[in-house]
Design a protein around this ligand. Structure first.
Ligand SMILES: *[C@@H]1O[C@H](CO)[C@@H](O)[C@H](O)[C@H]1NC(C)=O
Ligand SMILES: *[C@@H]1O[C@H](CO)[C@@H](O)[C@H](O)[C@H]1NC(C)=O
Length: 402
């Protein structure tokens, strides 16, 4: 009441200011109202906006999935041998997987990847193989294979080529949908070229292309690699897609190594020899055994790696201390020096090699066994590819050669 009186009193005493007070009051009330309405409106708008956005996003995702088309090459990478019982090393299978990924990129389809990768027993020292003759072929497969997502980060791969695994819910949904769609559901193709799959309208609307790739090696479908335009993914693509666990382990080891150089020394499988009809030993890589021995490595790399450097060695050579002579010039490091980091995450040699590759990529100077690209440094001048020429191994070296 008192306030009312005073308010009323003032305007009565000073009529001219009454209107100004009214204006101020009106303006204030107006401002508050505008502010209130605006804030409530904006929050309401924000509320609606976020709902709309979410529904747009989810319907996008749904549309995306509804319009998604798939490419399936089979449930195993390669299938050599009569009953797919053997398999090649990681690099070989990666060439095949890369070939399938390139086709998926070319066709703008999601690749359905095998959920497991076969492990060649000679590439596995961890001894998880317990082959018994009464085990079914499926059981043997489970024992001699590892989960694809324990090797690769599928989300990372999907950033470049969308992929799903053939044990995923999405794959089962695709199979169900393909059955419901009838003739538009699935096309089983064999011996159809990538270009035809891409250009013929009879394939473009089909949900799932089931391509029967070369049984021996999927990469036979990518014979065109000499044609540089046909290459959509580089050799380094899959090695850089290692699973998070493996990448983390490699990063920890890289930190411990500090500033280092690296060599990859392929012996083992590549040293294979056979005797010709005169009983003379021959090899497909006649200088490899020599060039991958420590004295020759030391001679060859001296011009690239100064003494005193930390040298990380990745090799399939299993003779203990084989590379020890290199210690007179370099501080040697192997994956085995970091078993406390690796043992908890590495279950087989494929995973170990994935970690080693990430470490080698981080080296200041990296020397491969064979030269692959023009800029590569290599331990040997023998070509990597199979020349089919079995030659007599060479063990001598003119010192001026290195
Ligand atoms: C794909 O085609 C092969 C060969 O025709 C067939 O054996 C296999 O069952 C097919 N896979 C699917 C998922 O339809
Ligand atoms: C790695 O282990 C070897 C012995 O196997 C040792 O000679 C070498 O000094 C170790 N390297 C590092 C970097 O710890």
């Amino acid at each position: 009441m008192a306030i009312h009186k005073t308010q009323r009193g003032k305007p009565l005493q000073r009529p001219p200011s009454r209107s100004s007070i009214l204006i101020i009051l009106t303006a204030t009330v107006g401002c508050i109202a505008v502010f209130y309405i605006a804030s409530s409106f904006s929050s309401t708008k924000g509320f609606f906006y976020s709902i709309t956005e979410t529904s747009i996003q989810s319907s996008n995702a749904r549309n995306h999935r509804d319009s998604e088309k798939y490419l399936y090459w089979g449930n195993r990478i390669d299938c050599p041998g009569k009953h797919c019982e053997s398999c090649e090393g990681l690099g070989h299978q990666e060439s095949s997987l890369r070939c399938a990924l390139e086709e998926a990129m070319y066709l703008q389809r999601t690749l359905v990847m095998p959920s497991r990768m076969c492990i060649n027993p000679i590439h596995n020292k961890k001894g998880i193989l317990h082959q018994s003759n009464d085990a079914s072929s499926e059981e043997r497969w489970a024992a001699s294979s590892c989960a694809m997502d324990s090797l690769y980060d599928l989300d990372l791969i999907s950033g470049t080529v969308p992929v799903i695994l053939d044990n995923s819910k999405e794959w089962h949904r695709v199979l169900l949908t393909s059955m419901k769609l009838g003739s538009r559901g699935i096309a089983n193709v064999q011996g159809v070229s990538r270009e035809d799959l891409g250009s013929k309208s009879s394939y473009s609307n089909i949900l799932l292309i089931n391509r029967t790739a070369s049984h021996l090696s999927w990469f036979m479908e990518c014979k065109d690699r000499n044609n540089r335009n046909a290459i959509l993914l580089s050799y380094s693509f899959l090695p850089s897609m290692a699973s998070k666990k493996l990448r983390n382990a490699a990063e920890k080891i890289k930190v411990l190594l500090g500033d280092y150089d690296a060599i990859h020394v392929r012996r083992g499988d590549k040293l294979k020899t056979r005797k010709d009809r005169f009983g003379v030993v021959r090899s497909l890589h006649p200088h490899l055994d020599r060039d991958t021995r420590p004295e020759f490595i030391s001679c060859r790399i001296a011009k690239w790696v100064p003494p005193g450097r930390t040298l990380f060695i990745a090799s399939n050579e299993r003779t203990p201390g084989f590379f020890a002579p290199l210690a007179s010039r370099y501080k040697l490091a192997y994956a085995s020096n970091y078993s406390s980091i690796l043992d908890p995450v590495v279950e087989n040699n494929y995973q170990l090699f994935m970690v080693e590759r990430v470490i080698m990529t981080g080296a200041r100077t990296f020397i491969k066994t064979f030269k692959v690209d023009d800029n590569d440094l290599s331990l040997t001048d023998d070509p990597k590819k199979n020349t089919k020429a079995w030659q007599i191994p060479v063990y001598t070296l003119d010192i001026r050669e290195c």
